[in-house]
Design a protein around this ligand. Structure first.
Ligand SMILES: C[S@@+](CC[C@H](N)C(=O)[O-])C[C@H]1O[C@@H](n2cnc3c(N)ncnc32)[C@H](O)[C@@H]1O
Length: 372
């Protein structure tokens, strides 16, 4: 992907580049309200004391790097507040952020997010299908990390591709616990000695799900703790633009080499199932106004147990219950709620036809207005 720039009202956005330096300073230098999504995998502040060894006495390759060291919780909190404030300034009004962390830091990050006005939408548990065992046997195997997904503010109209996630999950609504293996095998980047190039490289599958769920092709995704560039690699494959920030030169080099190898998927494969919520609203009354259903006509429940009559104002009446298609369906079923569009059918030539077909017909006309 060629690097490019996007000119916003205030300044120019450096796209598909890895920016060198401290992320707080770099983010402060970028134009405000210019980014659709931020994915952040900040230092965990693991506070490791001494080396950790396996039962065979080999040393565990733990995260003991200098970038993960903070002198106290207070200094970690100060750092968190500063980078979150810089990140929030960059987000467009409908933008959102994902932050991933472990029990060492994620609660502190969560509180800071809320204090700064972000609106938490979900927390996701990434359950590792192949976690590292607890070598000392003194605590539970630490088999998950937590991701927090938050919009810039409560009123943000954040992106959520509900239908795409459902499709990814074989037609079942996506839950907030994701089982994904840690990054191993050919995906794990190695240095010239064959050792891990980075101690905390995230799996591409995790970023794939995050991006399919909460971005669209062409969106700008910023990662202030770029490491090996997992966010950039997945963004490039999925046709999103990225901005990476990384302080360590050795990681920037690894990430740049990785990005050069990544190919974008075929553009026609990048469109995902649209959100039903984004489809234009069609009130049931429109079907009556347009003569697709006539006042007095009977509708039948899909299970054929109930029927109700259409009224001129677009409400139904059945067994003394009056109200919307949803209210009457729910009352007749004794259910707390009911989707009237999929519950009610009309009859033509003895055949039951769901009323949703008529709604789809109206929507199709809205998308494809033909000349009279
Ligand atoms: C947890 S790792 C991110 C790994 C990354 N998600 C991946 O898949 O490779 C955090 C990264 O942030 C970088 N880092 C830490 N503090 C930073 C700062 N203030 N500014 C920029 N980068 C920083 C570290 O060098 C490290 O590579």
């Amino acid at each position: 992907m060629a690097t490019k720039t996007k000119t916003t009202e205030a300044a120019t956005l450096p796209l598909n580049q890895i920016l060198a330096g401290d992320c707080i300073e770099v983010m402060r230098s970028l134009p405000a309200s210019s980014v659709d999504l931020i994915f952040a995998d900040p230092p965990y502040n693991l506070q490791l004391r001494g080396d950790l060894h396996r039962p065979d006495n080999s040393r565990v390759d733990a995260v003991d790097d200098h970038w993960d060291q903070f002198s106290s919780f207070a200094s970690y909190d100060q750092f968190t507040r500063e980078w979150l404030a810089a990140a929030r300034r960059l987000l467009k009004p409908n933008g959102a952020i994902w932050v991933i962390g472990s029990y060492h830091n994620i609660f502190r990050v969560g509180a800071a997010l809320q204090d700064q006005g972000f609106w938490i939408l979900n927390d996701v548990v990434w359950r590792k299908s192949n976690p590292m065992p607890n070598f000392k046997g003194k605590r539970l195997t630490n088999a998950h990390e937590t991701l927090i997904w938050a919009s810039k503010q409560e009123a943000s109209k954040y992106t959520f591709n509900y239908e795409a996630l459902k499709a990814l999950n074989e037609g079942v609504q996506m839950r907030s616990d994701w089982v994904i293996p840690i990054c191993t095998g050919h995906e794990r980047l190695k240095d010239e000695h064959g050792d891990k190039a980075h101690p905390t490289q995230k799996p591409e599958a995790l970023l794939h799900r995050v991006m399919v769920a909460t971005t669209n092709p062409g969106d700008v995704v910023l990662d202030p703790f770029f490491g090996t560039g997992t966010t950039g690699a997945v963004a490039k494959m999925l046709g999103r633009d990225f901005i990476g920030i990384e302080r360590e030169e050795s990681y920037r080099k690894v990430a740049a080499e990785r990005l050069a190898r990544v190919r974008r998927f075929d553009a026609s494969a990048l469109e995902v199932s649209g959100s039903k919520r984004a489809e234009p609203r069609v009130p049931f009354g429109q079907l009556v106004e347009r003569g697709m259903l006539r006042p007095g006509e009977e509708l039948y429940s899909m299970n054929q147990r109930h029927k109700a009559k259409v009224r001129a104002d677009g409400t139904l009446i059945g067994h003394e219950v009056k109200g919307s298609i949803h209210q009457v369906g729910a009352a007749l079923e004794g259910a707390p709620s009911c989707n009237g569009w999929t519950y009610w059918c009309y009859k033509r030539e003895g055949k039951m036809i769901p009323i949703d077909i008529l709604r789809q017909q109206i929507r199709a006309e809205m998308e494809d207005p033909r000349p009279n």
